[in-house]
Design a protein around this ligand. Structure first.
Ligand SMILES: [Zn+2]
Length: 285
């Protein structure tokens, strides 16, 4: 192994874990530093050093995630969103990965929005929950949550659409995609397609075709998804919603006219697999 490879391994680990979890990169470097120090002292084999780093990382990362971050982020104004169905009162992560990766921190106005939406959805369709996707990291305004560059202040939240199984039965907090992203709805024949026939090179509007085999045989629950979109749009000012990003074909399908629902343009990532909401607490109510 060359010196360059030896140095690039930890750097890559740091970058990837920071992008995924914010604190994971730093935790990894500490775990590795301890492992290397122990290895020098006790002459570990390479496999044993790797195992020590892994055990150290899991232990420290778990401790930081459970003991340090929730109270610290709360004190700094970005409490964690609920991670369990038992305590969430109708607000749940679409996948536990969101919590495991510490991507579930949000400012109080987002908590308020989700709680109000969950109450409304349960009242109109009993048993319906609100499944959230990526929110923000726990710490530091201006620190983006890759790949969502705007999720950097605790005021952005992505929500999953609702889905039914092949028999047409609502399935809580699940959908076609195991991640909640990249199960794109397609425009119907009469729907607007502002990005048709474009071949932008510099674009994030990817169709993620490779992800197709992982999608489950479910379909969009238009009843609940439409209810959620209409209620949020109608209550946008009260909930301090600055904007909601949705593809024009879905806005047309659900008969939405409110200007708060916007199209992100043809170069950013598509928004017909989830709903993006930006909250602005200084917005006049
Ligand atoms: Zn978003």
């Amino acid at each position: 192994m060359s010196a360059r490879q030896i140095k690039s391994g930890p750097l890559l680990g740091f970058v990837v874990l920071t992008a995924l979890t914010q604190v994971g990169g730093l935790v990894y470097l500490i775990a590795r530093w301890i492992s290397v120090a122990l290895s020098r002292r006790f002459e570990f084999s390479r496999a044993r050093r790797w195992l020590t780093t892994t055990i150290g990382f899991c232990t420290f990362y778990g401790a930081v995630s459970v003991v340090v971050l929730p109270p610290l982020a709360t004190a700094l104004g970005r409490p964690p969103l609920p991670c369990s169905q038992a305590t969430g009162q109708g607000v749940v992560p679409f996948t536990r990965l969101v919590c495991l990766l510490n991507r579930h921190y949000a400012a109080p106005p987002v908590h308020h929005l989700l709680a109000a939406l969950a109450k409304h959805m349960d009242e109109t369709h009993p048993g319906t929950v609100v499944a959230y996707l990526d929110a923000s990291f726990a710490l530091i305004d201006g620190f983006p949550l890759p790949p969502h560059l705007s999720h950097d202040d605790g005021l952005k939240i992505d929500l999953a659409f609702y889905y039914v199984d092949e028999q047409g039965h609502y399935q809580p907090a699940t959908g076609r995609s195991p991640l909640g992203y990249w199960a794109f709805e397609q425009p119907r024949a009469q729907d607007p397609r502002p990005c048709a026939n474009r071949n932008d090179l510099a674009t994030l509007r990817w169709d993620m075709a490779f992800f197709g085999p992982l999608l489950k045989p479910m379909r969009l629950d238009e009843l609940r998804t439409g209810e959620m979109l209409r209620w949020l749009a109608a209550n946008a000012a009260k909930l301090s919603i600055d904007k909601m990003l949705l593809e024009p074909h879905l806005k047309a399908r659900f008969g939405l006219k409110e200007p708060v629902i916007r199209f992100q343009g043809c170069r950013p990532a598509r928004h017909d697999d989830h709903l993006h909401i930006a909250v602005n607490p200084t917005r006049a109510r």
